[in-house]
Design a protein around this ligand. Sequence first.
Ligand SMILES: Nc1nc2c(ncn2[C@@H]2O[C@H](COP(=O)(O)OP(=O)(O)OP(=O)(O)O)[C@@H](O)[C@H]2O)c(=O)[nH]1
Length: 239
Amino acid sequence: MAEVESSAGFPSSLTSATLPPPRTRIFKIIVIGDSGVGKTCLTYRFCAGKFPEKTEATIGVDFRERLIDIDGEKIKIQLWDTAGQERFRKSMVQHYYRNVHAVVFVYDVTSATSFRSLPAWIEECKQHSLGTEVPRILVGNKCDLRESVQVSTDVAQQFADSHSMPLFETSAKSPSSQGGGGSCSSSDHVEAIFMTVTHKLKSQKPLMLSQPSGTVAGGVTIHLDRGRDGARGWACSSC
Ligand SMILES: Nc1nc2c(ncn2[C@@H]2O[C@H](COP(=O)(O)OP(=O)(O)OP(=O)(O)O)[C@@H](O)[C@H]2O)c(=O)[nH]1
């Protein structure tokens, strides 16, 4: 089901005669959860490589993408950053639930309320035909705010297990979530989280659609391995 695009840049004699055009798979990943849990910051962090200086409540949906290279294959990741506030969601919901390849549920580890909302988000996905057959992960964000944590890892892990999702705890803000050390040393890297989803998708049967290439920069090569904690599911060993 991933989408595929053709790419230019080959000598025309080769492109037209001997070589099939290189193709880039496109994966659409939606990021959902309560308002303020950090969906915009997480997607920005992955696509722009930094924590945004300022964010405002998302209206409808924001769209970010990044081109990566996994084992020599170019893959475009489209992150759909959805509005958490009901009043900003209504008109867009039908659009962003179409042709989704994976779902990232986000809660804020310092907000028990955002954690308690997760069943409703899962239910909304189900109502749009996004059940367990679609790769889904659970992300607890803001783990740099250690003093304010309201949702323990154990409780979150139980919830994740009961819904057959891997759990990641991270911080879109902490430098350590890019591997540079800091106050959030036990967290998963934002990079690794999205890479893990991508790798999972890459190993699945592709789906497809065409798009012009070369519109997005940036790239990394990763190799996946077992996670630090097997119960967490997939993890990225080199991120
Ligand atoms: N300390 C800390 N603050 C964060 C982190 N991620 C996001 N924030 C802050 O949380 C607030 C909300 O972040 P957003 O990314 O806009 O939240 P959102 O989930 O996209 O919100 P909506 O667009 O309303 O759905 C902002 O003030 C961010 O700076 C994090 O990892 N740590």
